[in-house]
Design a protein around this ligand. Structure first.
Ligand code: F6P
Ligand code: MN
Length: 329
């Protein structure tokens, strides 16, 4: 079943369906650029940095432009917040029903090694951006109307939730259409696989030290079984693995740069991924509560993210409560 047919079947919100169709079109265009590799200049670095101080790749900018053009063309988006721009872009359709925040090219450092990258989108209701300005984006993740990522891997995938489960579509390169290939994904509750950037271990807090320490002890430790580890340096790819075969993905609070509590951005990484994972039966917490319940305070705010299989995230929640009792759940 093609994406447009699926959307018509499951949702009567025509404006939302239109928006998701344009997000998919952006994914198809970006996929074509990525496929061309160095021939499309995708591996070239810019001299500029983004609002986070990260060096931009040429494709970071191109992806931002492609996605913005598609969102504008949908005529149902009032404003767009992007990782690549400090301030949201206000569109001509300022009273349209939706706001979109996006990471147009997640994991872009992987481009240099021909690794997997993705695009992430979060759809919020427009609660009055014409008067509130950028404040209108500061809505908790539980208010999202939809979330999606596109994964530019060996196959190009669109993973989507409108709050009725999480579904996977595969791009048919012949017809240039996304086709439903897995309806209602379920994250296995139990797992023996974790993903964390272990080079930061000395900066982690005690709860995460304990959790990972116990996994590493394997059969001989308190978990009484061996664990496996993966780290892709691309949130889209790590989250996709968790959606398809379970596990946990942790980018916890660390003390490396105390001003940055976590690495991942709440409005265009943590929130949309948390909606997709929880809609597939997984959980997503900061260590101090559910990611989706967090009231944002800044458009580019960073948060700790611990997400994945239910039982493991429950264990991490317990360890945080026991070890950091000042944390409020
Ligand atoms: O966008 C942030 C991001 O690139 C994620 O895609 C990824 O999970 C993480 O940062 C990688 O972090 P690190 O550079 O510490 O491996
Ligand atoms: Mn990113």
């Amino acid at each position: 079943m093609q994406l447009d047919v699926f959307l018509k079947k499951v949702s009567i919100n025509h404006a939302l369906n239109m928006l998701l169709w344009h997000i998919a079109e952006a994914g198809i265009e970006i996929a074509a650029l990525i496929k061309q590799g160095a021939l499309a200049g995708v591996t070239e670095k810019m001299t500029s940095t983004n609002v986070q101080g990260e060096t931009q790749m040429q494709l970071d900018i191109r992806s931002h432009e492609v996605a913005l053009a598609q969102l504008r063309a949908s005529a149902v988006v009032a404003a767009v917040l992007s990782e690549e721009e400090e301030k949201p872009t206000m569109l001509e359709t300022i009273d349209a029903p939706f706001l979109v925040s996006m990471d147009p090219l997640d994991g872009s450092s992987n481009l240099a090694i021909n690794g997997v990258v993705g695009s992430i989108f979060s759809v919020l209701p427009n609660t009055g951006v014409s008067t509130l300005g950028e404040q209108a984006f500061l809505q908790p993740g539980q208010d999202q109307r939809a979330a999606a990522y596109i994964m530019y891997g060996p196959a190009t995938l669109l993973v989507l939730s409108i709050g009725q489960g999480t579904h996977i579509f595969t791009l048919d390169h012949h017809s240039q259409a996304f086709v439903l290939t897995q309806q209602t994904v379920t994250v296995p509750e139990e797992t023996s696989e974790f993903a964390i950037n272990a080079s930061n271990q000395r900066y982690w807090q005690a709860a995460v030290q304990r959790y990972i320490g116990e996994c590493l002890q394997g059969k001989e430790g308190p978990r009484a079984r061996d664990f496996n580890m993966r780290w892709c340096a691309s949130m889209v790819m790590d989250v996709h693995r968790i959606l398809t075969r379970g596990g946990v993905f942790l980018y916890p609070h660390d003390n490396k740069q105390p001003v940055k509590a976590g690495r991942l951005r709440l409005l265009y990484e943590a929130n949309p991924m948390s909606l997709l994972v929880t809609q597939a039966g997984g959980e997503s917490i900061t260590g101090q509560g559910d990611v989706l319940a967090l009231q944002p305070t800044d458009c580019h705010q960073r948060v700790p993210v611990l997400l994945g299989s239910k039982q493991e995230i429950q264990r991490l929640r317990d360890y945080h409560q026991q070890i950091h009792p000042q944390a409020t759940e």
